[in-house]
Design a protein around this ligand. Structure first.
Ligand code: C5P
Length: 249
């Protein structure tokens, strides 16, 4: 890695404060295990796997910061120079957006770029992380990894009473992308977005769009899927088993 890239300081904020109700009853989603290791630990390792990332801020469930600190101590990352990654833990908020803001607030000064990565995407490959950082380093204020869609998407008029929902529109599938994380940002731009955009959003890049700035897309990866429903746990275990078989991971 060049001297120039070493000087470009990158931190990752990992929101992990969600309950994960769609996964069924149990521990907060980020603390559920995959192959015996909490999902959050996989996600933190995925960020630390990038040599460009020198700090990971984990945003813990509001009542779970101590538990998360203990877990991180149990599953410590390699420390110290030249490639050590520091980890900070802060308590999260009511919404994902609030949790990300609390993570950003905890960043020490001096970072040029920030990644925001869902703890619920534990298996994102390092090449995807590096591609996002590279695009921010090349000057994009916001970068999202994304994949084309397999399904056709319909916009509907949601029904309150369970009756069939009428279709309102069918966006052209070839122009749609499913967006993943980590999303990468110029640090100051993301801070400004969190200070000015108050609408509830489901990803950080849409706040940058609301500032009128351009968000660019880099190729996502099928292994960066979000663990949301019980079947996703089966898929995640299969991906880990394949990695173990392929490279002894
Ligand atoms: O709910 P959703 O699947 O969009 O959550 C995405 C990520 O945001 C998850 O990693 C979850 O833990 C996190 N989150 C959070 N604080 C909340 C809600 C969600 O950190 N209040």
């Amino acid at each position: 890695m060049s001297d120039e890239s070493r000087l470009f300081r990158t931190a990752a904020v990992v929101p992990a404060a969600g309950r994960g109700v769609r996964l069924g009853p149990g521990a907060p989603k980020a603390l559920r295990t995959l192959s015996g290791t909490p999902m959050l630990i996989h996600a933190v390792r995925a960020m630390a796997a990038s040599r460009a990332v020198s700090l990971v801020v984990v945003v813990a469930p509001p009542d779970g910061a101590t538990e998360v600190k203990n877990l991180l101590a149990e599953h410590a990352l390699p420390q110290g120079p030249p490639h050590g990654t520091d980890v900070l833990v802060v308590p999260g908020g009511e919404t994902r957006q609030e949790s990300v803001k609390l993570g950003l607030d905890a960043l020490p000064p001096g970072f040029d770029a920030v990644l925001v990565h869902d703890a619920a995407r534990p298996l994102v490959p390092v090449d995807t992380v590096d591609a996002v950082i590279e695009a921010v380093r090349d000057g994009a204020p916001a970068v999202v990894p994304a994949l084309p869609l397999a399904d056709t998407v319909k916009q509907v008029e949601p029904s309150e009473d369970g009756s069939p929902e009428p279709v309102v529109a069918t966006p052209e599938r070839a122009r749609l992308r499913a967006v993943q994380t980590p999303q990468g940002f110029d640090h100051d731009t993301l801070v400004r977005a969190h200070e000015t955009v108050t609408d509830n959003v489901t990803d950080d890049a849409s706040m940058i769009e609301q500032l009128g700035l351009t968000v660019v897309v880099v190729p996502g990866h099928e292994e960066a899927f979000k663990v949301t429903r019980p079947l996703d746990l089966v898929l995640a275990e299969a991906v880990l088993a394949r990695r173990r078989a392929n490279d002894g991971f």
